[in-house]
Write a protein that binds this ligand. Sequence first.
Ligand SMILES: [Mg+2]
Length: 233
Amino acid sequence: MKKLLLFDIDGTILNMKMGVSKNIFIDTFFDVYGQSISMEQMPRFSGNTDLQILNQMADALGLNRDIITEKVEDFWNLKLERFKQYCTEEYVHLIPGVDKLLESLKSNDEYELSLVTGNSIKNAFQKLSSYQLDRYFTDGAFGNDNSDRNLLPPIALERVNLRVGDTIFSQNNTIIIGDTNSDLLAAKTNKMKVMIIAKTEDYPTFQEQEADSLMSDFSDLDRFYNEMYRIYK
Ligand SMILES: [Mg+2]
């Protein structure tokens, strides 16, 4: 059975150096909306969609969320511009083995690749391009599609089916690969399988929440394929 793998980006494919993303959000928010927000007022980033982060920043400042929508395209564009200088090997670190894994998956007919990430689409491809990993992906569902991450997997599924010109992918052969509770929840909500990339000390928490597979990184490709096989046994 052919499988669709929906990859999250941050914490799953790569990590941005600590603090970079939050500072960019703070500076860009000020320039676009004219409001300053402190680091302490900033919402949690991991697992959160970009649109959700913006809405929560507005909430923290007591602003109406409507003001976000009005200038949201300006925000994405300026944020993208700012991120550019940080999309280098100095600021972006790959999860071990992910480049080899993507290369291997791309040439394997059993797998189709796509994205489900909280990043807005341009930002997603920009981050991936730091290591030319953008060439492995053409579509997905993104933080600018909806603020609710649970609604993103069906969007990605539909786009992939449209691209391949068939309806071969469904919740029955789609696996979300992520690193947070939000990825797990998005998978469970959509009755999809989920592989979580986590530190071994966090395994018990994810096991309790019935993650289908747990890996600490992708350095062991055989293990990855064994897990894929096991998930569908
Ligand atoms: Mg993540």
